[in-house]
Structure formats: C-alpha cells, structure tokens
Design a binder for this molecule. Structure first.
Ligand code: OAD
Length: 252
C-alpha cells in the first residue's frame, strides 16, 4: 500500500531527485556490494581490487576484475526500475538522476544527463596522465572473465589504462558531487532506490535533501532509513515498487 501523502507529494513535485545504488541493477543480474552471499564485497577483498595501491601492486588483477564486471554489464539489460525512472522524467517538470552505479543501464533505459558519483566502468583513463583513450573499449578479450588481464596502454603517454571508477581513498568527481548536492538542496521529493546508504559522501545526498525539507522515499528490499517525518519506505524489489509508485501517482 503506497501512502497517500507520498502520492500527493510526487504528483505536486516540481523537481524530483532519483538517487540510485546497486539494488536498482540487481534485477538486471548485476551483483550488489553488501547483500549477504551475493554482494561483491562479501566475495572479494576491496583492498586487493578497488584501491590505487592495489592497481600499482597488480594492475592485471585489478584490470581483469573490472573487465569481468564490465562484461557482465554489457551482457545485461535495463530492468523495469531503470525504465520507470526514464519514464518518470516525462511526468515531472524537472528530474535529476544521481547514481552511485558504474554501469550504463540508466542511459540504456533512456535516462539523460545521468550524474555518476562513482565514475563509470565504460570510461577508463590513463593511470599516469589521466587522459581518456579517445574511443570506447571493445568487448573484453577474456570471455570467461574474472582473470588477470594486462591493461591496455595509453595512446598519449604509454602509461597503463585504469578503470574509470572511484576507488577507496579517492575523491568523488567534484562537478558531479556539487551537482548532486545542488539538486538535493532544491528538490521536492527524493526517491532513494537500492542503496545501503553507508558510503559517504554519496549517502549525504538523501540526507541533505531531507534536511532541506524534501519528502524522502526509500525503495529497498531491506528496512533502510530513519522512519522520520516526511520519510517513507516502500519495501520490496525496485522493479516492482517503482512502477507501482508511478502508476499510483500518474496513471489517471
Ligand atoms: P550496497 O550493496 O551497499 O547496497 C545495495 C542495497 O540494495 C541494499 O540496501 C539492498 O537491500 C538493496 N537491494 C538489493 N536488491 C534490491 C532490489 N532488487 N530492489 C531494491 N533494493 C535492492 O550497494 P550501494 O549502496 O550501491 O562504491 O553501495 C554504495 C557503494 O559502495 C557503491 O557505489 C560502491 C561500493 O563500494 C564504489 O565503487 C566507489
């Protein structure tokens, strides 16, 4: 049952901020990070794979692991949650989409100007000179994936390419973070989908929106959130809950 005040808030909102995490892509077959048994950080050690030191120590291990993840994304399709977010943009005057995800499933569902706080699997850059390779990477050489793979060399300086994602200990892209905080300060409703909300500064986005007076709704399999005033939880799978929310708000 979707609370009536939430439906009204969404109908009347001028600016909706959608904030997504790994759970929005779970039903496309992309693993989350912290879900028991299936989460990536339950099975792999982030210190060995997701830091600049790890890349310095063993670039082939790190590059191979991210190429394995990129290959999974290339083979996946957007699910009804990604599609519902793209459709929501047709119903509200302004929609800002901020994601922590490094996949491109929002774009492939039709969302435009997606703000990627944690970078992208699809935009590698040089570890030495930070320049981008100029043309997109093809399908990974290793169809089985998950194995060591030497990173390609930069065309400009000969350095090693690194995945274009934010690693532990690195700063988020300034422009993206500022755009997300600006939207949080201004939005009327923030829909937070499929995130555990434990990784900062990204997790500040919904907190800031709520403090600025926005209505906050979490869509999650787990009981996340603080159960405060103006805060709602739609518990369940994003691919079911989000289309249901849109239907309740905009079907007639
Ligand atoms: P997490 O793995 O921490 O959390 C995923 C959330 O999605 C959990 O709260 C799940 O309950 C929920 N969930 C799983 N399946 C779902 C479904 N089908 N429908 C709705 N909810 C579902 O992932 P994030 O919060 O995205 O950072 O993690 C944040 C950051 O931590 C990531 O961006 C990544 C990681 O380290 C970087 O790579 C920098």
């Amino acid at each position: 049952m979707i609370p009536a005040p939430l439906i009204t808030a969404l109908r009347e909102a001028r600016h909706v901020l959608v904030f997504t995490g790994a759970g929005v892509s779970a039903e496309s077959g992309i693993a989350t990070f912290r879900d028991a048994l299936t989460g990536l950080w339950e099975r792999f050690d982030p210190a060995a794979l997701a830091t600049a030191d790890a890349f310095r120590r063993d670039p082939a291990l790190v590059w191979g692991w991210y190429e394995w993840r990129r290959m999974q994304v290339l083979q996946a399709q957007p699910n009804p949650a990604h599609q519902a977010i793209a459709a929501l943009a047709q119903h509200v005057a302004k929609l800002t989409l901020v994601t922590q995800n490094v996949d491109d499933l929002h774009e492939r569902a039709g969302s435009r100007e997606v703000i990627h706080l944690h970078g992208s699997l699809h935009q590698p850059r040089c570890f030495a000179c930070a320049r981008t390779p100029g043309e997109p990477l093809g399908m990974p050489d290793e169809p089985e994936g998950g194995r060591r793979l030497e990173p390609p060399h930069c065309l400009h300086c000969g350095g090693k390419l690194r995945p274009g994602v934010v690693w532990f200990g690195e700063s988020l892209p300034t422009q993206a973070l500022n755009a997300a905080f600006d939207a949080a300060a201004e939005c009327d409703v923030l829909i937070s989908i499929g995130t555990s909300g434990v990784v900062y500064p990204a997790a500040e986005v919904p907190e800031r929106a709520w403090r600025a007076g926005a209505v906050l709704v979490h869509i999650n399999l787990q009981p996340v959130g603080n159960h405060a005033e103006r805060e709602y939880l739609l518990r369940g799978a994003a691919a079911e809950q989000l289309p249901a929310l849109l239907h309740a708000a905009f079907a007639d």
